[in-house]
Design a protein around this ligand. Structure first.
Ligand SMILES: *Cc1c(COP(=O)(O)O)cnc(C)c1O
Length: 235
């Protein structure tokens, strides 16, 4: 496991790069939130990241996430589900998370809203956009954003916050920016219909600076905080 001291210095270095990218692109200071993506990492690594100032944690696998949430109840963490959600697992997301970044189906939206416990605020939702229109990839195409957004906005258990995407990797920096720019245009159109949306969830370890240049408000970082991942999920 990456020792807590390196997690701490990795986060300091990332925060520095994020602030620099904000400055260089005329973004407001602290307008980009750093989410730590902790899939396959032990609870102790999350604890170290929280000690280093992180408050947003992203998890992909529900069983793994629940186990860690249980071990970290003493911490003040905003939990984000960033993995795919099958309809038979929607209740877990509705009950145990603060955010979902991967909504791409109306049926799941309705289930989540019904299943959201009355004592909790509405579940914050980003629509996942398949920005490269890759056949095997989750997410809706840009043309379908308005109808799913209208559904989410109408459901009492959900709060529409914005868009999320995982573009295909590109080695050419200008192509990398172009794909984020397309997502930004989708976001601006969405904002015209739903002025309340405030979240553009894009950018990972390999490309977060390009994402910030194109308006990301939240970057999802795993490797640059916790080190390389083992291929298999674990707890
Ligand atoms: C794993 C993952 C990340 C983080 O990826 P890194 O390359 O480790 O920064 C971000 N977003 C999603 C949806 C992921 O599954």
């Amino acid at each position: 496991m990456t020792p807590p001291a390196s997690i701490n210095s990795n986060i300091a270095e990332l925060s520095r790069r994020i602030r620099l990218a904000e400055q260089e692109n005329g973004r407001e200071a602290n307008s980009v939130t750093l989410m730590a993506v902790s899939k396959t990492r032990p609870a102790a690594a999350i604890r170290a990241s929280v000690a280093a100032g992180i408050s947003h944690i992203g998890e992909n696998y529900l069983q793994e996430a629940l186990h860690k949430q249980d071990l970290l109840q003493d911490l003040n963490i905003t939990w984000h589900c960033i993995g795919p959600v099958q309809s038979n697992k929607s209740r877990t997301v509705a009950e145990q998370f603060d955010w979902l970044h991967t909504l791409d189906r109306e049926k799941i939206a309705r289930r989540l809203s019904e299943q959201r416990p009355a004592h909790r605020p509405p579940l914050n939702v980003c629509l996942q956009v398949n920005i490269d229109e890759e056949p095997q990839k989750a997410g809706i195409v840009a043309a379908d954003i308005p109808s799913l957004a209208a559904t989410v906005a109408s459901l009492p258990g959900l709060r529409l916050r914005g868009l999320m995407a995982i573009p295909a990797a590109r080695s050419n920096p200008s192509e990398q920016r172009q794909v984020f720019a397309r997502l930004r245009h989708c976001f601006e159109s969405l904002q015209a219909q739903h002025p309340e949306v405030d979240t553009l969830s894009m950018g990972m370890s390999r490309d977060f600076e390009a994402a910030i240049a194109e308006g990301a408000t939240l970057v999802r970082i795993g490797t640059e905080i916790f080190g390389p991942r083992d291929p298999a999920p674990g707890v």
